[in-house]
Design a protein around this ligand. Structure first.
Ligand code: NAP
Length: 516
């Protein structure tokens, strides 16, 4: 039995036995690991980050911090197979779904390593050359961005234990801010192993990276005005953390990445069977089944011109029939179980709620899971149809976090845009059209509701990235229900960890001191 310890104040530590939580193999229900954080000194961990990690990171240049990220990426990549095995065991991922998480982690670390190299021998950033502020050309103003003096606490969701940790840590460490990372308990084994490998390789200065493996205890109560809290998870927990004492009364910075009823819009011009239609069908099947639908970016609502609703349902059913589910190690399985029995129950409840709201089950994978176990958290891919989306409520509100999406008809493109907006903000919306006017209307109509737009058309039908894929160079996050946050986006992501200060004074002195 694997014991997951927390890595705090320079050593791996066990919590008290009475606080022990169990982690399961979602394919079999077997207990695979335990962890406890009870009684750990979290005030000490916060102080350790501030007093040791912060000063050490701030003394380094971006290039040096980038080199550190490169080494982290390399260490994880070298142990890729071991990490994929843990992912299969504790999160039920197929090899392909595990790679999505683990390679996402190494790729994002490598991307920010290159950015560090590009930012070079500076320790903080200066925005441009500034500007003259009065009649005198001598009196000048320029904006300087320096790392905050506290700790970045990262709280992550269960669905990306490797990437979730790495995408946040890469940005904070490059900015020069130490990290305490807290994975979701259910799938924490993979994060634990990533941290263990990084610690063993002795890449980071003391205090730069700590791990709290399990319940958060009183961690957040120790945060203050120079700290940052980046959260990924459900809207409910996000709301709770946003209202926390440190955020409300001490202005701890907060970024929330939450649920999202991501939408796809099929343009009225897309002919059944055309290359763009085929792209759409491929994309939708992937969004429903990849990581067993447990992606915050998965498409949950598909809006289609009413005269093509049945054609899309049939095409998707045909595609989904090819994606067999079951034990991730078994031959022919392309979709593993959900991450836990809790998620399985939540999906069952979610579908029942959507049916009560007027949706019907239009398709459900017929067979039993391959090598399925009675205690496994398996769930068949499911397609719902709601024929009156304007009268529906829950279908625009209730995220069923599994291999489940809902098809809905629309009459005009304006209607489709309005219906997408009923989701009250998403991480990503996709749309398929080759009509320039529709293209423009979709960018203008969907943009304000979305952190990212992926527009499919015939010339990119075989070149675009999958909708759910988050690239480090583009921002991730979304307005409203999606949490109102923003992460990654290349250099943009650093801003969350940097204090921007307008510095005003003698131009010559400023220029010599700041090097602009
Ligand atoms: P969750 O239940 O909200 O948990 C998320 C994290 O918050 C976990 O680490 C959890 O720890 C922690 N947590 C819970 N209560 C807390 C508290 N009072 N104080 C501090 N931390 C607390 O969400 P989840 O079930 O793991 O994740 C699924 C949800 O995340 C889905 O709704 C999905 O859409 C969303 N998600 C969003 C994004 C995005 O980028 N927008 C990405 C992935 C997932 P424990 O596990 O120890 O309880």
């Amino acid at each position: 039995m694997q014991e997951l310890k927390s890595y705090l104040m320079g050593s791996f530590q066990s919590g008290e036995a009475e606080g022990t939580q169990e982690l399961f193999d979602p394919s079999t229900g077997e207990v695979v690991a335990t962890t406890s954080t009870q009684g750990l000194d979290l005030a000490g961990a916060v102080a350790f980050a501030r007093e040791k990690g912060g000063p050490a990171l701030r003394a380094m240049t971006f290039a040096e911090r980038g080199a550190m990220l490169k080494a982290m990426s390399k260490v994880l990549y070298e142990k890729r197979d071991e990490l994929l095995a843990i992912s299969a065991r504790n999160a039920g991922t197929t090899r392909s779904d595990g790679k999505y998480d683990v390679d996402g982690a190494t790729g994002t670390l490598a991307y920010y390593a290159s950015l560090g190299k590009k930012l070079g021998d500076r320790r903080y950033l200066v925005e441009g050359e500034g500007e003259q502020l009065t009649r005198s050309a001598r009196f000048w103003g320029v904006h300087v961005k320096q790392p905050i003096r506290g700790v970045a606490v990262h709280i992550n969701a269960f669905n990306f234990p490797a990437w979730g940790f790495a995408e946040k840590a890469a940005v904070a460490l490059l900015a020069g801010v130490p990290v305490i990372t807290k994975p979701a308990t259910d799938t924490a084994w993979l994060t634990y192993e990533c941290i263990r490998l990084i610690v063993e390789a002795n890449i980071l200065p003391e205090g730069a990276l700590q791990l709290l493996c399990g319940e958060p205890g009183d961690l957040l109560s120790h945060l203050g005005p120079q700290d940052a809290l980046a959260f990924t998870g459900s809207a409910r927990t996000g709301a709770l953390l946003r209202g926390g004492e440190a955020v409300v009364h001490r202005s701890t910075r907060v970024n929330v990445e939450a649920d999202s009823l991501n939408a796809a819009v099929v343009g009225p011009d897309i002919e059944v069977g055309s290359p763009t239609w085929q792209m759409l069908v491929r994309d939708m099947a992937k969004e429903i089944t990849q990581k067993t639908g447990q992606k915050c970016t998965a498409t949950r609502r598909i809006f289609v011109p009413s005269d093509k609703l049945d054609a899309l349902k049939d095409a998707l059913a045909e595609e989904l029939d090819l994606i067999k589910y079951g034990h991730p190690d078994s031959e022919g399985v392309r979709m593993g179980p959900l991450a836990s029995k809790r998620q399985q129950k939540d999906c069952e409840d979610g579908i029942a709620e959507l049916k009560a709201d007027g949706a019907e089950v239009a398709y459900q994978f017929a067979g039993e899971p391959i090598d399925g176990h009675a205690e496994g958290a398996f769930f068949p891919s499911t397609l719902l149809i709601h024929r009156a989306p304007k009268d529906a409520k829950l279908v625009h509100e209730r995220e069923v976090f599994g291999p489940v999406s809902t098809l809905m008809p629309y009459e005009t493109i304006e209607d489709a845009i309005e219906l997408v907006g009923r989701g009250e903000g998403g991480l990503v919306a996709s749309a398929y059209t080759n009509d320039r006017a529709v293209y423009a209307a979709l960018i203008e109509g969907l943009g304000p509701w979305s952190g990212r737009l992926l527009l499919g058309s015939k010339k990119v039908a075989d070149q675009a990235i999958p909708i759910g894929m988050v690239l480090p160079s583009c921002i991730h996050g979304g307005p409203g229900r999606a949490g109102g946050g923003e992460e990654l986006g290349g250099e943009r992501g650093l801003d969350f960890y940097l204090q921007r200060t307008a510095v005003q004074g003698d131009r010559a002195l400023l220029s010599k001191t700041l090097g602009f």
